[in-house]
Design a protein around this ligand. Structure first.
Ligand SMILES: [Zn+2]
Length: 119
């Protein structure tokens, strides 16, 4: 005897998003004021998850600095600086501690990055 009833969200409200880069999927209920899942972006018709947004920011920083010609050590520095910049730009109102945590960087690195940015 089973009397359990589950209320399911109506199909039309839930949209599945697939990241164009890592192909992770996220289900998100549309109509809550956001067209994409939290922290996702839509670029040129493609969706990217937060992990890939960070990854792309890092890749772009390396590309800008010369791509293949950048040494491994410089590449690591560029990548960590890029992710800090990305996290500051994503939500500048967070504390330095929160940004550092999100970017897996030190608070000192966040402070330095903030000084680099024109305000
Ligand atoms: Zn992704």
């Amino acid at each position: 005897m089973s009397t359990a009833t589950k209320t399911r969200p109506t199909k039309s409200d839930v949209v599945e998003f697939t990241c164009a880069r890592c192909e992770v999927t996220s289900r998100w209920t549309e109509g809550l004021g956001a067209a994409t899942p939290p922290n996702w972006v839509k670029e040129k018709g493609l969706y990217y998850c937060l992990v890939c947004r960070r990854e792309r920011a890092m890749e772009q920083a390396v590309e800008k600095a010369g791509g293949q010609s950048v040494s491994t050590a410089d590449r690591a520095k560029l990548r960590s600086a890029a992710v800090v910049d990305f996290e500051i730009a994503r939500d500048p109102d967070r504390t330095e501690g929160e940004i550092a945590k999100a970017a897996r960087a030190s608070i000192g690195a966040v402070r330095k990055a903030r000084k680099r940015r024109p305000s």
